[in-house]
Design a protein around this ligand. Structure first.
Ligand code: C2E
Ligand code: MG
Ligand code: MG
Ligand code: MG
Length: 284
């Protein structure tokens, strides 16, 4: 059995495989009940217009508040949820909550251009489940402005089954749902190939913004941005951590950015305060 240390953390019982397997099974069954137990929290990270630093939208990012292990990041539970098929329910939960939250924000800021919210989607939701039905349900239950709910999908997801993905994505676009290509540059396909899919936005992976050497960074970013624009897509840069990142991205022609420079993922109330403050600032 696992040993308790320091109050609320559990020391995973080390070398024995059997214990690790048990932990994994325990985690699986706990995760199955996490939604109904209200342990899944959604944080929202601002996506900012570099031109005037106004908030264009938010990305929804899931967290699991495990009663003993504390707050867990998606890297610790999304792949488990995918493997046990729970990602369909979890994904629907995130989609539904985000759409409801988005209508609340939009109602609170009626006079301005409506913000968007984007939700990450896993391959199983798109390729082996009726995601279109889920989107229809969610849109009918909330009152979000048309075109302001977006999905984020990765290159590897669409490349898993390009024909089927292309068909599904076209139908999703017909519902007025935006599509962002997430983590661009980390997969194996070219942007020109991805033109076959109806994405309206590409999100440049944060590795290009954060770790590429100062010398080559502008060259790479500039060519991704130019190609995206030639294909008629908007560009969001992920991982803008400093003000100078933001300035450089803007100078390179990137219109949107997301990163610690503008705000870490935050709860819905903090996001609402940010929107309200922004309104006060703009009004004064
Ligand atoms: P992603 O969609 O690429 O999300 C961006 C990740 O980068 C988030 O990590 C965010 O917190 C982090 N990030 C944002 N700005 C910065 C920055 O300036 N510096 C650094 N170092 N990191 C930054 P997070 O929240 O841990 O999410 C990780 C991944 O988990 C997401 O990557 C997404 O692929 C997945 N994920 C999150 N929520 C969901 C969900 O509801 N469903 C599915 N299927 N996947 C999700
Ligand atoms: Mg994303
Ligand atoms: Mg990303
Ligand atoms: Mg990423």
């Amino acid at each position: 059995h696992s040993k308790r240390i320091g109050g609320d953390r559990i020391d995973v019982y080390k070398p024995a495989m059997r214990a690790r397997k048990t932990d994994r099974l325990t985690l699986e069954s706990e995760l199955r009940r996490a939604i109904e137990r209200r342990e899944i929290t959604i944080l929202y990270q601002p996506i900012v217009r570099l031109e005037d630093r106004s908030i264009a939208g938010f990305e929804a990012l899931a967290r699991w508040d495990h009663p003993k292990l504390g707050r867990m990041s998606p890297s610790e539970f999304i792949s488990i949820a995918e493997e046990i098929g729970l990602i369909v329910d979890l994904g629907m939960f995130v989609l539904d909550q985000t759409a409801r939250q988005l209508s609340v924000w939009q109602r609170a800021m009626r006079s301005r251009e409506p913000i968007f919210a984007s939700v990450n989607v896993s391959s199983r939701q798109l390729l082996r489940h009726d995601l279109i039905h889920d989107i229809r349900t969610v849109l009918s239950r909330s009152s979000v402005a048309r075109g302001t709910l977006k999905l984020e999908l990765t290159e590897s997801l669409v490349m898993e089954n390009p024909e089927h993905a292309a068909q599904m994505l076209a139908r999703i676009r017909e519902l007025g749902t935006g599509l962002s290509l997430d983590d661009f540059g980390t997969g194996h396909s070219s942007l020109a190939y991805l033109q076959r899919f109806p994405f309206d936005t590409i999100k440049i992976d944060q590795s290009f913004v954060r770790t590429t050497s100062r010398g080559t960074r502008p060259v790479i970013l500039k060519s991704i941005i130019a190609l995206a624009h030639d294909l008629g897509m908007d560009v969001v840069a992920e991982g803008a951590e400093t003000d100078s990142d933001a300035v450089e991205l803007y100078q390179l022609g990137c219109e949107y950015a997301q990163g610690f420079a503008f705000g870490e993922p935050m709860d819905a109330d903090a996001a609402m305060r940010l929107l309200t403050e922004e309104r006060l600032e703009a009004a004064s």
